[in-house]
Ligand binder design. Structure first.
Ligand code: SAM
Length: 393
């Protein structure tokens, strides 16, 4: 155990301890906020409230660790340390300087500051981040005689400052690397779906592992793997580390207990439950390697096949397609044909199944030629997408 782990924080305002709870915020891809809220409620976490781009909640230290370990759709979990009005550089500096940073960061630790802002008098995020950093290191230098260094790539403590309508919220980023980095993606193919978004798609289908799931355009396998994590009851954070593990108050015993609990619930997938196909053999090889790294070697079934050869097995199930949509891959004219084919194949070969298509191109979606029974809006980064649901009677 390192020296800094011996120090235990008891009374830092905002940061959850074992006894007290603190205000937290899970940042979530837009469109997935309600799903993330349901995930938090399922973890037994209280005061859950979905908003735009995230979910606020209250948690003690165990709740915070569980949120990081188990949330499938959140990209990071922030812990609030201060909120104050802020319309000028002086108010920003004063508000940040007033926080007792010595209880959170020692001079031998490293830090980084991320900033986001909206509708505020201060408009330059780089300036706000720099001013915040100055106030933190000044406060620590005044108290300790030396200051921590900045490490933007892998800091011990990542601080998030958010300005909205001249209200500044200062938080600690308990996740460290974004939560979509589960640890199973070995390389990137051309247009992989972010893991958090794939998890949101699986959740929106309502699939629970009791019927087959197929992804005939699976690319690097993100949707099948995220589905496997659900069906196998695998915590998505089981293979990685988190920012809070480098904090002064890291409770290693608590974390080990939560990991053991999670590991003991994992179950093997039934044969044939989840399949993925793609016409690109390199993407498929990647899908198999990613699935093995995620712990599903031999449990997911990947086939090298073009869509016109796709034939689902069984009289009911869920088929999810994430076709190219012209913004990043492929050419729009050719894609019209592909979208027609998707409609045809769903109609003729997937009777009894429920079909879902995730696309960022609503014009192309019209070529599917079937009536969607539901449409969910989801954002893939800045791209507004639709998840379209088709009842295939
Ligand atoms: C947007 S990518 C899917 C990305 C995937 N969800 C992932 O996370 O990696 C679309 C995939 O469709 C595949 N594809 C395109 N046309 C196809 C066809 N006619 N038959 C089968 N696969 C096709 C591409 O090879 C590509 O892997």
């Amino acid at each position: 155990m390192s020296e800094k782990q011996h120090i235990l924080i008891r009374s830092v305002p905002g940061v959850p301890s074992s006894r007290d709870s603190g205000a937290c915020f899970a940042a979530v891809p837009r469109g997935a906020e309600e799903i993330a809220a349901a995930e938090l409620q399922a973890l037994g976490i209280s005061s859950v409230q979905a908003g735009r781009g995230g979910v606020s909640f209250v948690a003690d230290r165990a709740g915070l660790y569980k949120a990081n370990l188990w949330l499938r759709t959140a990209s990071r979990v922030l812990v609030q340390v201060a909120v104050f009005p802020c319309a000028t550089p002086a108010e920003l500096y004063g508000g940040v300087h007033a926080i007792d940073w010595t209880a959170l960061i020692t001079p031998d630790m490293t830090l980084a500051v991320d900033c986001s802002l909206r509708d505020s008098a201060l408009t330059h995020s780089g300036f706000v981040a720099l001013k915040t950093k100055d106030a933190i290191v000044d406060r620590i230098r005044e108290a300790c005689g030396s200051r921590p260094n900045v490490d933007t790539a892998s800091p011990d403590v990542r601080i998030n400052v958010h300005l909205h309508k001249n209200i500044c919220t200062v938080s600690l980023d308990s996740s460290g690397d974004p939560l979509d980095r589960r640890g199973y993606r070995l390389e990137r193919n051309e247009a992989p779906l972010r893991e958090t978004l794939a998890a949101a798609v699986v959740a929106l289908t309502g699939w629970d592992g009791s019927i087959p799931l197929a992804d005939p355009m699976c690319g690097s396998g993100t949707i099948p793997i995220e589905a496997a994590l659900v069906a196998g009851r695998v915590a998505p954070g089981l293979q990685r580390s988190f920012g809070f593990q480098r904090w002064l108050d890291y409770d290693e015993l608590l974390w080990d207990r939560l990991l053991k609990e999670a590991e003991s619930g994992v179950r093997k997938l039934p044969v044939g439950l989840i399949t993925g196909c793609d016409q690109d053999s390199r993407a498929l090889a990647l899908a198999s390697r990613n699935a093995a790294k995620a712990g599903f070697e031999g449990q997911l079934h990947f086939f090298h096949a073009a869509l016109d050869a796709f034939q689902p097995v069984g009289d009911r199930g869920v088929v999810i397609l994430n076709p190219p949509y012209g913004k990043r891959l492929g050419d729009e004219e050719q894609l019209k044909e592909l979208y027609c084919q998707i409609g045809d194949i769903m109609k003729k070969r997937c009777r009894g199944w429920t079909g879902y298509v995730l696309t960022g191109n609503l014009e192309l979606a019209k070529y599917i030629g079937l009536k969607a029974s539901r449409r969910f809006v989801l954002f893939n980064g800045a791209i507004e997408c639709r998840l379209l649901k088709y009842e295939l009677y």
